[in-house]
Design a binder for this molecule. Structure first.
Ligand code: ARG
Length: 591
């Protein structure tokens, strides 16, 4: 927050020396090391370089024009022209005061002109298959990005691009008609669909006639046969029930669920437009997009290096049997989203193995619709894998993929054991409710904490540890801060007039400074699609709170310390709660 005020004052000073200069690059950022102050700017060095000026002289001139005495100590010019800003306690106190009154929570809502429409494509599981641990990262990352962007005031459209079309339906339909166990379908629909799919798939490998029959079912479905369409719709409905149960548990909601099949009517047109404009061409009976040779080979998604030579690596958009591909659907989807929502950005959250796919789709789209493409930023926010403690892909003991529902159950059960042990005084409904928040929070936080592009090792012990960078720790500090407020007899959010605050102890000042950076961390998450930055921020805030609370008595302190400390407790609780909410994690009232 205050960095924005400093930034605009710095910009005003620069503008007074260089009228008409574009000020976009004149930024104030948090200090890389608190030794140097709270915020810093290196913008003047670049400016001096551009204008061939002496950077220290330029910095001296700008600082002389900068009016910031109300906010910080005299600005320090370091090295070749860095500016260091150290906030005055009075400035911190007044920001805390306005936050207490509910005027802000340390971030500025995006101004109307800067408000963006962002489409986020996440979760996107496949019909007739159980949602497994691989879908968790997409769901949780996408949900967190959605929440952060919305909190900052952007317009977010969420779209669950479920996999509801493809050759697997030939086998599923054949299985449905020949080997469905009605009772099993009733008891565990997805389990039964999975069973028939596996059985037919195995049979197809042995008996060519089964493969033929499955293909025939697929052709009938594609041709709009009423019976097959009915069964297909029922499979989607059953799957959606399963998805919705999981989304309900995770607190995830989508604005739209436009599965792959939604785009079927447009696919022939996509192919003919791409062929018509020379972007795609026939190759061995199929149609594919090839390189247009405009990019250096290293950056060209349609080339691949083989034995030291660059060879074609085309993207299929129509198979020789006439069926369309994943890429064709994604091109139609992109076109639809731009026409329907006019977004300035579309974010796809999938695992890293789809990098080439999206590079090809984005590149082909740019060539196909250069004007539409110029108005939208296309981001593939990809993520790494979840590994077991043996370093191999995370599996159950028997070697199967881990079903998401089972994983969430286990998380809640394990958390319940801890809660029952630590809080035998609570009734069992309360214990369960706390365990639910802790268990789900632990799974989500563990997933969001690593840099999304790294693989991470799934560990129950680590994620449920009461100390260290875990959800439980952050939740616990949030609860502690809230309890102080209740013990003081204050109803949170009812500070009617701005109280007199006086920050003195270094731990108080450190906590206040950290609160102020909440907005910066939200913006960083939004810019880079990296919720891990928010996890780290919250962990540091929780730690700063703990240090403060361990060394500063609150209720027994004299005024004005007592009020100041109560204010710090309440604001910490608010920021931790809001921050956890951005990660999709609930904070229990008591723990
Ligand atoms: N259903 C796909 C999968 O499970 C993910 C879809 C991602 N979104 C997209 N527009 N391709 O791998």
């Amino acid at each position: 927050m205050l960095h924005l005020v400093l930034e605009s004052r710095l910009q005003a000073a620069v503008a007074s020396l260089f009228p008409g200069l574009s000020l976009d690059s004149i930024r104030v950022r948090p200090a890389s090391d608190s030794k140097f102050g709270d915020y810093q700017s290196n913008a003047l060095m670049a400016l001096a370089r551009e204008r061939k000026m002496n950077p220290r002289q330029l910095a001296t001139d700008v600082v002389a024009k900068m009016e910031v005495a109300d906010l910080c100590e005299p600005v320090e010019i370091a090295g070749p022209g860095f500016l260091n800003f150290r906030l005055r306690p009075g400035a911190l106190e007044s920001v805390l005061r306005t936050a207490l009154l509910g005027e802000h929570l340390f971030f500025a809502p995006t101004s109307v002109e800067k408000r963006r429409t962002v489409v986020i494509d996440y979760s996107s599981p496949n019909v007739a298959k159980p949602m497994h641990v691989g879908h968790i990262r997409s769901t949780i990352l996408g949900e967190s990005l959605t929440r952060v962007l919305r909190l900052l005031g952007h317009q977010v459209v969420t779209d669950n691009h479920i996999g509801d079309w493809g050759t697997q339906f030939g086998m599923l339909l054949f299985g449905w008609k020949t080997m469905l166990d009605a009772a099993a379908l009733e008891a565990d629909p997805i389990g039964e669909l999975e069973r028939i799919y596996k059985a037919v798939n195995a049979a197809c490998k042995e008996q060519p006639e089964t493969l033929e029959k499955a293909r025939a079912e697929l052709v009938k479905l594609q041709a709009g046969d009423a019976e097959n369409l009915g069964i297909w719709k029922e499979m989607i409905r059953l799957s959606q029930v399963q998805f919705d149960t999981i989304y309900g548990r995770l607190g995830v909601k989508f604005d739209h669920t436009l599965g792959e099949s939604f785009y079927n009517p447009w696919l022939p047109d996509v192919v003919s437009q791409l062929t018509g404009s020379g972007i795609a061409r026939e190759s061995e009976g199929a149609v594919a997009v090839f390189s247009d040779g405009t990019l250096p080979p290293k950056e060209d998604p349609f080339l691949i290096s083989r034995d030291g030579e660059w060879v074609a690596n085309p993207a299929l958009i129509r198979k020789s049997d006439g069926a369309f591909n994943y890429a064709t659907t994604d091109l139609a989807t992109l076109d639809y989203r731009i026409r329907t929502w006019a977004p300035s950005e579309i974010i796809y959250v999938t695992d890293g193995r789809q990098q080439l796919h999206f590079r090809q789709v984005f590149n082909a789209f740019h060539r196909w619709q250069s004007k539409a493409a110029a108005s939208v930023r296309l981001t593939h926010a990809w993520f790494g894998s979840i590994l077991g403690e043996d370093g191999k892909p995370f599996k159950t003991r028997s070697g199967d993929t881990v079903k998401l529902a089972d994983l969430l159950d286990e998380a809640e059960e394990r958390a319940l054991r801890v809660v029952v042990d630590k809080r035998p005084d609570l009734d069992s409904a309360t214990q369960r409710e706390i365990a639910r928040k802790i268990g789900l929070g632990a799974v989500k936080y563990q997933d969001l904490l690593p840099n999304r592009q790294s693989d991470y090792v799934f560990s129950w012990d680590k994620m449920l540890a009461l100390t260290g960078n875990t959800a439980v720790y952050v939740q616990y500090q949030c609860t502690r801060a809230g309890k102080v407020i209740r013990d003081a007899g204050i109803t949170p959010g009812t500070w009617s007039s701005g109280p007199a605050l006086c920050l003195e102890a270094p731990v108080e000042l450190a906590l206040a400074r950290h609160l102020l950076n909440f907005g910066l961390s939200l913006e960083a998450v939004a810019d880079e699609c990296r919720p891990n930055l928010l996890c780290n921020y919250l962990y540091e805030l929780a730690s700063a709170y703990s240090r403060f609370y361990d060394s500063c008595p609150v209720l027994k302190a004299e005024e004005p310390s007592r009020t100041t400390r109560l204010a710090l407790c309440e604001l910490t609780a608010r920021v931790l709660r809001q921050g956890l909410d951005c990660l999709g994690i609930e904070a229990p009232e008591t723990m």
